[in-house]
Design a protein around this ligand. Structure first.
Ligand SMILES: Nc1ncnc2c1ncn2[C@@H]1O[C@H](COP(=O)(O)OP(=O)(O)O)[C@@H](O)[C@H]1O
Ligand SMILES: O=c1ccn([C@@H]2O[C@H](COP(=O)(O)OP(=O)(O)O)[C@@H](O)[C@H]2O)c(=O)[nH]1
Length: 246
């Protein structure tokens, strides 16, 4: 499959939060949202972009929330990771229904349900135009799927992590709480840390910074935004080593 000259990326790691899959519902998966996302991923594949996906589980279970309710944190995190596998199964199914060849790899072996995570196989599948969904996060408790997105992004040598979220990008302050918050088009890793802007948890963010993996934050609920990001159009916020360019 050839790369369309217009696409800004050869290979991406798309991070989809579990909450994004929930749509307007309070829990679970909204089939309309799932199908729209599958369609948007299909458009990228048709452009010749290699797409790895890390999927969250916050629409079902989060270890932290379960621990607050009294559960052992490690067990809660195991449930959270299995929640990401359920979302991954739903996403793989939605992609198959729109005729996109997709594979699901889990960091926790689940024989008969999906493939085990395998780095070399994932790269080979991406090169042959398959979408690879990485589920079960890093496979370890006390991490997040943002950490898994940066980890897998670095492993597969993605050009960037594209983090789909509920707002238009990174703002000068929380846009939900402060209506005067300004959308930033680009930031350096250092600025994000100094201004304590909420992009990702620190473990995920510093991993990306230390391996010079650019992060693009954009609104996954805005139809077409993902494609615009991939086409190199101004959309959301880019975070990279800007200070080295100036
Ligand atoms: N400086 C900021 N820029 C953008 N969003 C912010 C900022 N500070 C806090 N937020 C909040 O972070 C939320 C997105 O966080 P995120 O971890 O991406 O959510 P999720 O992954 O659960 O969708 C936004 O809904 C917004 O309210
Ligand atoms: O490497 C990982 C990734 C995820 N989780 C667990 O899985 C849950 C769901 O992931 P996350 O909260 O990152 O999902 P999202 O916010 O993207 O929906 C987390 O709360 C953790 O409990 C984990 O233990 N290790």
């Amino acid at each position: 499959m050839s790369i369309t000259p217009k696409s800004a990326y050869r290979r991406i790691l798309l991070k989809l939060s579990g909450e994004a899959l929930m749509g307007e519902e309070g829990f679970g998966i909204d089939p309309k949202v799932l199908d729209r996302m599958a369609q948007e991923i299909k458009e990228l594949v048709e452009l010749g972009v290699q797409v790895g996906v890390v999927i969250g589980g916050g629409n079902l279970f989060r270890g932290e929330g379960l621990a607050q309710a009294g559960m052992n944190r490690v067990v809660g995190d195991h449930m959270g990771m299995l929640a990401t596998v359920m979302n991954g199964l739903a996403m793989r199914d939605a992609l198959h229904r729109v005729f996109v060849n997709a594979r699901l790899m889990s960091a926790i072996p689940l024989n008969g349900v999906c493939d085990d995570y395998n780095w070399a196989e994932a790269i080979s599948l991406l090169k042959s135009g398959r979408v690879v969904i990485f589920a079960a996060g890093t496979g370890n408790p006390f991490f997040t799927t943002d950490s898994a997105a940066c980890l897998r992004g670095i492993e597969i040598e993605a050009d960037a992590v594209l983090k789909g979220t509920k707002v238009d990008g990174v703002y000068s302050d929380d846009p939900v709480k402060n209506p005067d918050a300004k959308l930033m088009t680009s930031l350096s890793y250092q600025e994000v840390l100094e201004k304590e802007l909420k992009v990702m948890d620190l473990a995920a963010f510093t991993l990306a910074r230390d391996h010079s993996l650019p992060i693009r934050v954009f609104n996954m609920n805005k139809p077409g935004a993902l494609k615009r990001v991939v086409m190199g159009e101004q959309e959301g916020t880019l975070i990279d080593h800007q200070e080295q360019l100036s």
